[in-house]
Ligand binder design. Sequence first.
Ligand code: OFO
Length: 173
Amino acid sequence: MLNDKMIESLNTQINKEMYSAYLYMAMSAYSTYIGLKGFANWFMVQYQEEMVHAMKIYDYINGQGGQVKLMVIEQPLTEFESPLDMFEKTLVHEKFITKSINELVDLAIAEKDHATNIFLQWYVTEQIEEEGNDNEIIAKLKLVGGEGNGLLMLDKELAMRVFTPPAAKEVQA
Ligand code: OFO
């Protein structure tokens, strides 16, 4: 059973995850626009992952008998200076999301809501992966100086990313 404070905070998190999806869709569009289809693919997979993050909370609130309330999704950024700029902004955003998840865990503990605390652990782990991916790509972009053949090779690598639905992901683990 969820209390009102927890429901409100989880609803706010749905909105943040939806914004994440929207932001990465915008980055995907921008990547296509500047001719980097691999980057576009990577961000579109990330968009799909964020939709899963949002829907898991949506299903959780519904399953616990709470009311899902959807909010306005803020307009994402649409202009970027470079592929490195996109990934640096991605990392800043993911750190913000990690902080938000940690605050939700703090709230669940304070409210003695053990079910929500367990539910949120999946997000704690997921955020480690999210920040790790961004750090890795930022390091590679810096190595190649963000341009030329190195950038095109990285574009090819990012073209390989495939969206893995969460159930399949858990079976693999
Ligand atoms: Fe949902 O992890 Fe990114 O934002």
